[in-house]
Design a protein around this ligand. Structure first.
Ligand SMILES: [Mg+2]
Length: 355
């Protein structure tokens, strides 16, 4: 038995054009074996619904895909009678006398929803079936983004997409092409950082998936993954370096503000003149370090380099001199350029690399 033309579904799918995140699932798994049903239930998802074709059975099949036996047993044990199958073939007006629905119920030992509207429409019929259970506490699992995921997201359910289909053999050629296109669109949306709509129940999404995410399906996707990972690592490294520079700058400024605490040299004149301005300037210098990567010396036209701030080692004070209204301190991180800091009444300048 095939499926009749799903006009309502096509019209619904156009909503995705204005809100593409509707087709983005909360969770992607390879197939139902990856779902940690026990953890999902503990997280507050107390009912679960499944698409049938290419999610539980082969296309238009009436038997559970054999490798899914254990997972299906776990699901039924956890969810008991709060499991239902929502198919766009079985249980719809296309299913004469619900013969297909009954055969599936016999084989899979769960209810098949009898419904008039096809996914992604008809969510209310599922909510009516799970009478009294809020949509946010229902998970919908399926292999199609534009039908199963949009259906679940439309009604605020937790959506789980199964990426590895049971088989493409015997599938509706149009559905097959659209599914492949959906995967490409999902990969694109991911690269655009368009995420699933936030689910109202806080769920540890990693805890409810039993295995590692599926490997990339195409060379293009593999390359995109590599680029995304490289960008992530680069940004993390830059962030760490900025943090390190900021901390080092703060420490260096602290030493020039209170050198006597480290060297025993008196700096009464300097520390008692213009202290608030010094603090403000130090903060500004630190900010300049953080946001622009430039040193304070570049602000005064001196040739400097921020390259000296690259380790976590504490700077050592090499020398400290002071006169009327001024102080000069030279600090150095072992293996790096010395940093000269000159403090005048009301000013402070850090000049890395200059002697
Ligand atoms: Mg399907």
């Amino acid at each position: 038995m095939g499926q009749s033309f799903n006009l309502q579904g096509i019209l619904q799918s156009f909503r995705v054009l204005t809100s593409p995140r509707l087709m983005v699932p909360n969770i992607v798994v390879r197939d139902i074996r990856d779902i940690n049903f026990e953890q999902l239930h503990k997280s507050g998802i107390i009912a679960i619904a499944f698409d049938k074709d290419n999610c539980l059975t082969k296309p238009y099949g009436l038997e559970l895909h054999p490798p899914f036996q254990d997972a299906w047993k776990r699901c039924r044990k956890v969810y008991k009678d709060q499991v239902v199958i929502v198919s766009n073939s079985a249980g719809t007006p296309d299913d004469k006398d619900n013969q297909q629905a009954q055969a599936i119920e016999q084989a899979l030992q769960v209810n098949v929803l009898r419904h008039q509207e096809k996914k992604p429409s008809g969510g209310q019929e599922l909510l009516d079936h799970f009478s009294g259970i809020k949509a946010a506490r229902i998970a919908f699992v399926g292999d199609r983004a534009l039908t199963d995921v949009v259906f679940g997201n439309n009604y605020g359910m937790l959506t789980i997409l199964t990426r590895d289909v049971v088989t493409e053999e015997g599938d509706n050629p149009m559905a097959l092409r659209i599914r492949r296109l959906e995967h490409r669109v999902l990969a694109f949306l991911d690269r655009m950082n368009i995420k699933a709509q936030p689910h109202p129940i806080p769920i540890d999404l990693h805890a409810v998936v039993l295995q590692a995410p599926p490997p990339p399906e195409s060379e293009e996707e593999a390359k995109a993954d590599i680029v995304a990972e490289e960008t992530r690592q680069k940004e993390a490294k830059e962030s760490e370096e900025r943090e390190a520079k900021f901390e080092r700058s703060k420490r260096a400024q602290k030493m020039t503000t209170h050198p006597s605490s480290n060297t025993g040299v008196s700096s009464t004149a300097a520390t008692t003149t213009g202290a608030p301005a010094v603090a403000a300037a130090a903060a500004a210098a630190a900010q300049a370090h953080v946001h622009t990567g430039q040193t304070a010396s570049s602000q005064t036209g001196s040739v400097g380099s921020a390259g000296g701030f690259s380790t976590q080692v504490e700077p050592q004070i090499l020398s400290h001199e002071q006169g009327t209204g001024w102080e000069r301190t030279i600090t150095q991180v072992p293996g790096e350029e010395p940093v000269h800091s000159i403090k005048l009444a009301g000013h402070i300048k850090g000049i890395p690399g200059r002697r």
